[in-house]
Design a protein around this ligand. Structure first.
Ligand code: ZN
Ligand code: ZN
Length: 739
């Protein structure tokens, strides 16, 4: 009998488990990796075998399905056979935090992996980031340069050992090593590089620590200001790594779902509300924000660092030149010119940034879906093989195969060439691992100047297939449909900072009536001018000034000369219906934030005001209807806002809340009216603005009051990181002839 297992069956201890079950049942035969699935040949009842195996399945393994075939064959006593190259249809294991059993070895002075930074087993460690090719065997990983010593080999070969057939294990005798370097890249001799590194960090130095899928910049909380200067990073927040969950609690109010995420094997960065008492201590780490991004140690190296640190936590942020992908190469790291470097000599095959999640109303929202989650597939609406390249900011790519969607790790902002190259290589690598040979179409954004199109065109030429363009907000809606398993037509509020509109202008406050095959715009926001185009998105005073000019209002804070220049620019300036820009302008008007140093900053900083404020003020919302499009007059809302006295802090919070509630409720009302009139059963909310917890809750209440279902993202980022999922869904159906 031959049984083929599909699912997460490689690199997770599946074959050893099969071996143990076969031995218990006294069967002859063999188990082997075949492509990316696993084949078992036995001379007994396959159903008994499968049910026993399910009971003994390693925690990370998952059987999606199994196929049983008759096979006439002579079988010898059960063994684990060499891999054969077959079709690649199963899953590639993700990087998982060091497990409890390995952590016990790590802390046990009698164990040969005592304080060993690369301690791992079948259940844990770097996997996606070290795999060159499938089947997942040591020879096809970055560990091929480190032949196992006798100790490791005996664990690897012993069926009763929990490291039996663990492909990437090593020990201090045979494995990679960390070395310490100074600013210039010269090795620093040290008995204990981790201890020396820890002392340097505590003395205020800033260093680089190489990890599994990339490198982190490490510094004490006090070094935040200096680091910010070196990096010209504006006010962009840093993530921190805390010693453990108890320590993290001193800094942040962690709810049960946040704790579950923080301590999960994926160990993402979780954005959690800072405690009032420590706001001062963290003020340079995440300036002006209610949340702090926290993660817990996930590798032996992190635990070793904390063994030597006295601090509760350290800044841990991706080590990358501004706007470029994270550095993975040792020599390139020295170009960062930081104080010291703690690097190991194992190659990083696949760059993978930390994942970032926040919890909104008990539900997780991915800001970045990367380490720990990639390349776990997401069920899809079509079975075509399509590659999608995303939009321009916060990019991920995607590839589909047999009804499953695989998103790449976080890529970044593709306006810089190295990031664009990273997108291309990440897609190619995923394609190779998945063994998708025939690509049927390449999906890209309709924007004529997005650089991701360069990659799309190149891939389309190579594959000999078509490049198909999708509308930005249609892709957002389709992404949400995939995420929540929706197939019916719905109404979608797709709000973000910017996206290419069908009229050639920048959109971002759109409500669509959509399904996978079509969309129509049913509501939007009145367009507001962007004086100087993109510069207005960085200098929000320009948006506010433009609106005041349109309203013939007095403008304070600008010189007469600036006002004159702006007046001349106004008639020619581009306009946007973006909700992101409306929130930016509100933030600036209320004195919260007028200069943007990172995407979404003014709106994010507005959130704490929105949370404390009460809807005490009355804003009248005017909506005009023209040719089937409802347009909310945001300019008129600002006209009412400019009338108000904005002096007191509490007053400003109430005004912020009132403004947003009025606007969001009106948009929600319009969406619900249309849904009910057209017989749709649900409202979806997506795009970067949906990360805002307050706005999400206002909309949810508004929609549920009308007895409609309300959906937000869960497994796919709701910002532009989810665009490649929607593109794939739309184009995949099209090539399958269903859309
Ligand atoms: Zn382990
Ligand atoms: Zn060894």
């Amino acid at each position: 009998m031959k049984i083929t297992f599909y699912g997460i069956v490689q690199g997770v201890g599946f074959r050893p488990a099969a071996y143990r079950v076969a031995k218990q049942l006294g069967l002859n035969g063999f188990v082997q990796n075949n492509g990316s699935n696993v084949e078992v040949h036995i001379d007994g009842d396959p159903d008994v075998f499968i049910s026993r195996l399910r009971q003994e399945l390693p925690s990370l393994a998952r059987i999606d399905r199994s196929e049983i075939e008759d096979a006439e064959e002579e079988l010898e006593p059960f063994r684990i056979a060499e891999s054969s190259d077959g079709r690649r249809v199963s899953l590639i294991p993700v990087d998982n935090a060091i497990c409890d059993a390995c952590l016990r070895d790590f802390h046990d002075p009698g164990d040969h992996r005592y304080r060993y930074p690369f301690a791992n087993c079948t259940e844990c460690g770097a996997r996606f980031t070290v795999i060159k090719d499938v089947p997942f065997d040591r020879a096809r990983t970055a560990m091929d340069e480190f032949p196992m010593c006798g100790d490791c080999l005996s664990e690897y070969s012993s069926p009763d050992d929990r490291r039996f057939h663990a492909q990437t294990i090593s020990s201090p005798r045979c494995g990679p090593r960390y070395s310490l370097y100074d600013r210039t890249g010269t090795p620093i001799r040290s008995m204990d590089p981790f201890e020396t590194f820890a002392r340097k960090i505590e003395s205020g130095m800033v260093g680089v620590l190489k990890g599994w899928g990339g490198m982190h910049i490490v510094g004490s909380f006090e070094s935040a200001k200096r680091l910010r200067k070196i990096y010209r990073r504006g006010e962009k927040p840093y993530a921190v790594m805390m010693r453990d969950i108890e320590t993290a609690r001193k800094f942040a109010a962690i709810d049960p779902e946040e704790e579950r995420l923080l301590t999960s094997p994926q160990r993402p960065i979780v954005l959690i509300r800072k405690r009032e008492e420590v706001k001062e201590a963290l003020s340079d780490v995440s300036p002006g924000l209610r949340n702090i991004g926290i993660m817990l140690p996930y590798s032996g190296a992190h635990h070793l660092l904390f063994e030597h640190l006295y601090e509760d936590g350290v800044i841990m942020t991706s080590a990358n030149p501004p706007g470029e992908p994270m550095i993975i190469d040792n020599l390139r790291a020295f170009e960062l010119r930081l104080d010291c470097y703690l690097l190991h000599n194992r190659k990083i095959i696949h760059r993978c940034d930390d994942s970032v999640i926040r919890v909104n109303g008990g539900q997780r929202a991915f800001l970045r879906r990367s380490r720990g989650f990639v390349p776990t597939p997401i069920p899809l609406n079509h079975s075509s093989s399509v590659i999608a390249v995303g939009a321009q900011w916060d990019v991920t790519g995607s590839i589909s195969r047999n009804g499953e969607l695989f998103l790449t790790q976080y890529i970044g902002e593709t306006d810089k060439y190295p990031t664009l190259q990273f997108l291309e290589s990440a897609i190619r690598h995923l394609q190779r691992l998945l063994g998708v040979e025939k690509i049927e179409a390449i999906a890209a954004d309709r924007h004529p100047r997005y650089s991701t199109k360069i990659v799309a065109k190149k891939l389309a030429e190579e594959c000999g297939c078509e490049m198909v363009e999708t509308q930005h907000y249609h892709a957002h809606a389709a992404s949400l449909m995939i995420d929540r398993g929706l197939s019916e037509t719905g109404i979608f509020l797709t709000w973000d900072g910017t996206g290419y509109g069908d009229d050639g202008s920048s959109w971002g406050g759109e409500t669509l009536d959509a399904d996978f095959s079509r969309y129509s715009r049913v509501a939007s926001l009145r367009k507001i001018p962007l004086l100087g185009g993109d510069r207005a998105a960085l200098d929000i005073r320009r948006i506010v000034a433009a609106m005041k000019l349109m309203l013939n209002r007095e403008i304070d804070g600008l010189s007469d000369w600036e006002i004159e220049v702006f007046s001349k620019m106004l008639p020619r300036s581009s306009r946007t219906s973006s909700m992101g820009r409306v929130l930016d302008a509100l933030s600036c008007t209320l004195g919260v934030c007028c200069k943007r140093s990172y995407e979404g900053e003014p709106a994010i900083k507005l959130e704490s005001l929105l949370e404390t404020g009460k809807p005490t003020h009355r804003f009248d919302v005017r909506t005009e209807s023209a040719e089937g499009l409802e347009v909310i007059d945001t300019l008129d809302l600002f006209d009412q806002l400019f009338e108000l006295n904005l002096d007191g802090e509490a007053e400003r919070a109430d005004i912020a809340r009132s403004f947003v509630e009025s606007l969001v409720n009106e948009a929600g009302r319009i969406a619900c009216d249309i849904a009910l009139k057209r017989g749709h059963s649900y409202i979806g909310f997506c795009g970067g603005v949906s990360y805002n917890g307050v706005i999400t809750e206002i909309l949810r209440d508004c929609v549920e009051d009308r007895n409609l279902a309300f959906y937000t993202h869960n497994a796919i980022p709701s910002g532009d990181g989810g665009i490649s999922a929607g593109q794939n869904a739309i184009v995949g159906r099209k090539v399958a002839g269903k859309g």
